[in-house]
Design a protein around this ligand. Sequence first.
Ligand SMILES: NC(=O)c1ccc[n+]([C@@H]2O[C@H](COP(=O)([O-])OP(=O)(O)OC[C@H]3O[C@@H](n4cnc5c(N)ncnc54)[C@H](O)[C@@H]3O)[C@@H](O)[C@H]2O)c1
Length: 260
Amino acid sequence: MTTHAGRTYVVTGSASGIGAATAALLRAQDAKVIGCDLTDAEVTADLATPAGRRSLVEQVTAYGPIDAVLAIAGGGKTGLLETNYFGAVATLEGLRPLLAQSLAPRAVAVSSTSALAPADERIVQACLDGDEAAAVAHLAADPEAGGPAGGYGIAKRALNRWVRRAAPTPEWAGSGIALNIVAPGVVDTPAAAYILTDENIRRAVESVAPQPFGGFPGRPEWVAELICWLAGPDNRFVTGQIIFADGGSEAVAVGDLHWR
Ligand SMILES: NC(=O)c1ccc[n+]([C@@H]2O[C@H](COP(=O)([O-])OP(=O)(O)OC[C@H]3O[C@@H](n4cnc5c(N)ncnc54)[C@H](O)[C@@H]3O)[C@@H](O)[C@H]2O)c1
């Protein structure tokens, strides 16, 4: 039985949707949660900007040591690459030193099934190189470069790859920190309202990305439960994984071609 009691969790995107559900689940189990968001949180900062990212790290550092970082903030509200990739990586890297004293340090990021869409590798590479100006400029110069999932899908694809690269390194696995990424399908939150409130878009998304296990749209709590387990002390053996919480839609899309 996972116990989160007595542990301190940083949750970005805590004011809404999956982040709010995760923060609520952790608080209900007597964890301390430092919520971070644009408004309505213990720490307010805009992860789309370098200044906001620095401010988030400074404000969280003032709270002292932590046990887990949950980089959930994202979506299309603010710069797509800036928030979903650069904001998430800055959160994870910037707060990693605060995990050093934890007996069970953990980190979880949130991706999306949109990462499976074809994406312009130049932009993905610029993200992985940490070249925010180039990544943003490539996308602005050629909005079609995003492919069907746009800059959002590119950002999430780059984030998946960043987690895969970082997780086994001395800074993460070598320091005892599990780092995983959860990739949800369509989940009933304000971010998905444009899909769920328009019958045509809803039907189109359901047919392009079928969820054979059911549950379209997923509930934020279902994703939160997975995030919490990955972030808790019972996760002793899972790291570097992109875990799809999507009713089986990734299994349909990718099939058995998963391994090289
Ligand atoms: N809802 C879905 O269908 C779905 C599917 C796949 C992935 N996701 C991902 O799940 C995560 C949570 O999304 P959600 O569905 O709960 O959406 P949401 O809009 O309900 O919550 C996202 C939260 O992130 C915060 N946020 C956005 N930009 C920010 C910024 N620049 N700085 C700080 N905070 C910022 C928002 O203010 C909001 O509170 C996101 O990373 C999103 O990309 C959602």
